[in-house]
Design a protein around this ligand. Sequence first.
Ligand SMILES: NC(=O)c1ccc[n+]([C@@H]2O[C@H](COP(=O)([O-])OP(=O)(O)OC[C@H]3O[C@@H](n4cnc5c(N)ncnc54)[C@H](O)[C@@H]3O)[C@@H](O)[C@H]2O)c1
Ligand SMILES: CC(C)[C@H](C(=O)O)[C@@H](O)C(=O)O
Ligand SMILES: [Mg+2]
Length: 351
Amino acid sequence: MPKIVTLPGDGIGPEVTAAAVEVLREVAPDVTLEEHAIGGGAFDNHGDPFPQRTRDALQDADAVLLGTVGGAHDSPWNRLPRHQRPESGLLALRRALGCYANLRPVRVQPGLEHLSPLKPELARGVDILIVRELLGGIYFDGDRQIDGATAYNTMRYTTPEVERVARRAFWAAEQRRGRVTSVDKANVLEVSELWRRDVQALRDREYRSIHLNHEYVDSVAMLIVADPSRYDVIVTENLFGDILSDLAAVIPGSLGLMPSASLGDGPGLFEPIHGSAPDIAGQGVANPAAAIMSAGMLLRHGLGRSDAANVVDRAVAIALREHPTRDLGGRADTRTFTRAVLDAIGTPAVG
Ligand SMILES: NC(=O)c1ccc[n+]([C@@H]2O[C@H](COP(=O)([O-])OP(=O)(O)OC[C@H]3O[C@@H](n4cnc5c(N)ncnc54)[C@H](O)[C@@H]3O)[C@@H](O)[C@H]2O)c1
Ligand SMILES: CC(C)[C@H](C(=O)O)[C@@H](O)C(=O)O
Ligand SMILES: [Mg+2]
């Protein structure tokens, strides 16, 4: 019986995770779910944003389902030493699981173009997979400091770090349209020069059937919304991927439609890309679609259950058509939307 560790976290995390858990129980009733603490609440209760008990629970987990961590800008959590802050708990979790490849799909489902603020002809058919490097770069390098009026962080990558995430991107592209765009800032940064060189060399050595091109991150920030259909798989380093994926959320219509899967060599981590949304937390109005779709990715990538994952994706699309949430200009609250997903799961597919 597969064991899934759930980590609801802070803000809207518990609200959207509860929805995803309901859906998981419906489509995978044999799975064991075990809830643990992470983030700001974990610090308040256990003095650590990634407590030892949570760390221990990962040992025999098959997959991890995460909500969100963090507080508002004026939260006391933001005045803690950095290693005690909620976000540090999340980064430590990613590192503990060794999840170096973060898959962030950006998809406009047929019939849901109207949810996008882009013109329907631009939004129609968009299907991008952003592969974000998740354990390296400026997020993790030890060389960082703030001291009086001076502060620095360093962005560092090694060839093995670049190659392992690029491999995931090439592999994904082989199952899709065979195109990879590697995004960097090689016109300015040495670290991007290495990134570009290593991605190209790997393509030339092992993935000759893949069409690879390189683009600068500033240009991609424009083109991804101006002409999103030009992209199939995008592979990029940690910080660029963080920013580009929130930007890309505009294409389907909301951060609440952006799930993710973080994969390494052990159990995967599945989480919506959005944050704890302190502005709407506790009101029961968060869009749980990204969390539910993350549970779908867990079924697909974490447990190898594609059929169940397809059922979830189809049900989410139906619920979005009939009961859009407030972030999408609709009126459905979290409960109504989740109910609609559960109802759609119970309705046999036609055709
Ligand atoms: N993976 C994570 O846990 C994660 C990711 C990003 C940010 N954060 C943390 O979350 C906190 C808030 O960050 P932020 O405000 O910059 O970003 P955010 O993603 O929490 O919110 C940005 C905006 O999007 C809206 N939004 C986000 N998710 C939504 C959903 N599911 N349904 C409806 N609306 C939604 C919010 O209401 C807000 O207006 C910070 O502490 C930050 O560090 C955590
Ligand atoms: C909360 C933060 C550490 C995190 C990140 O920057 O990776 C978030 O923005 C994300 O996109 O998952
Ligand atoms: Mg982010």
